[in-house]
Design a protein around this ligand. Structure first.
Ligand code: NAP
Length: 335
């Protein structure tokens, strides 16, 4: 990613680990362990949280300080709590909960297609997880929720689904891939923000063998019976085996009044980079770099003003967005 346009402050538990990145980006370093309740004081224009913040310490600090806030890390239940905590604190600066897939990029693409189509009655997101891609240890907590059912909306009705259920084939970036359900925040937010009546997100792995193994493990009930702490190392060893780098790819299909728009996002620099791009676009929106800043309230990515020409903004970071939208009347002819 290009060098930051602003002075950057990197926070973490071990500042020596950030030294190389700080040198490359000209950033300053701040020791901050989120497990430690002692307050940390600093002056910043905005905060982007890229590590799990289970006690909402960064969120609370940002809201108390009236500082624009972005979070990229929360699974649905944590996002729901963050929205509640922030609403109760009455923020005076934007609180952008941008944990939808790839730091909110999936939801920005949904909003982009919805703008073209005039709405988003149905949204299907399909993710291709490249097993050569890198993923840090903090990511494994999100993946390690495959034993927990979650709520979705289908045809306007709420129902509970199991992770890795409802598998189907999706065509992503030139390949057919078996994908199955996973709990991601956009399935919760899109029905609330865009009036979506069916929202689904599915994930598949670049190796068909791995996808089959995970689906078989799910069918055998592995993720349910191995929920206990005793099995944590075993579960996590199955879910967290990062490689040296791969391509991030996802496909988004949005249907409104029978007309469908589809988009594929690919980032050869991988999922960590694409998530960082989502964070950068979110930062631009809470700071108002692209126009009016996001409102001083809780918001989700699809609600905040979109950067003009999303494809160009992504392309500037090496990310490709390819879109096709059915012409008016096509769906009538197809029917
Ligand atoms: N929304 C999305 O689509 C998406 C996509 C990818 C990742 N993510 C999320 O992004 C997060 C980071 O993933 P990652 O792969 O970058 O993980 P990672 O490589 O483990 O990075 C975690 C970072 O947080 C710091 N950290 C860890 N524990 C901390 C603590 N208690 N207090 C302060 N800093 C702490 C670490 O530095 P120190 O060790 O020095 O503290 C490190 O810099 C995960 O929560 C993941 O689920 C979201």
């Amino acid at each position: 990613m290009a060098a930051p346009r602003w002075p950057l402050l990197l926070a973490g538990r071990t500042v020596t680990r950030g030294e190389d990145l700080a040198r490359r980006t000209g950033a300053a370093l701040l020791p901050w362990d989120l497990a430690d309740p002692s307050p940390v004081s600093t002056r910043v224009r905005a905060v982007v949280t890229v590590v799990n913040d289970p006690d909402d310490r960064v969120l609370r600090a940002a809201v108390h300080g009236g500082v624009p806030y972005v979070d990229l890390t929360r699974w649905t239940a944590r996002l729901q709590r963050a929205a509640t905590v922030a609403a109760l604190l009455r923020p005076t600066a934007p609180v952008l909960l941008s944990s939808a897939w790839m730091g909110g990029v999936a939801s920005l693409v949904v909003a982009d297609l919805a703008r073209t189509l005039g709405g988003a009655d149905r949204v299907d997101v399909a993710i291709r997880w490249d097993q050569n891609d890198r993923a840090g240890v903090d990511s494994v907590e999100f993946m390690d929720r495959l034993g927990l059912d979650f709520e979705v909306i289908e045809d306007g009705q709420r129902r509970t689904v199991m992770p890795l259920a409802d598998s189907r084939t999706a065509h992503i970036d030139g390949t057919d891939l078996r994908v199955a359900r996973i709990d991601t925040p956009e399935q919760f937010t899109l029905p609330l923000t865009l009036g979506t009546v069916t929202a689904s997100t599915r994930i598949g792995f670049s190796s068909a063998l791995s996808t089959s193994a995970l689906l078989a493990a799910k069918r055998l009930g592995f993720f349910r019976w191995a929920r206990g702490e005793r099995f944590t190392p075993l579960r996590r060893s199955l879910l967290h085996a990062p490689g040296n780098g791969g391509t991030a790819a996802l496909r988004v299909d949005v249907t409104h009044r029978g007309r469908t728009g589809s988009a594929t996002v690919t980032d050869p620099a991988g999922q960590a980079h694409l998530t960082a791009v989502g964070g950068l676009l979110a930062l631009d929106r809470v700071l108002g770099t692209d126009g009016a800043p996001a409102p001083a309230s809780v918001a989700f990515p699809e609600q905040t003003p979109l950067p003009a020409a999303l494809a160009d903004r992504l392309a500037a970071q090496g990310v490709t967005l390819e879109k096709t939208v059915e012409a008016h009347g096509t769906q009538d002819r197809a029917a």
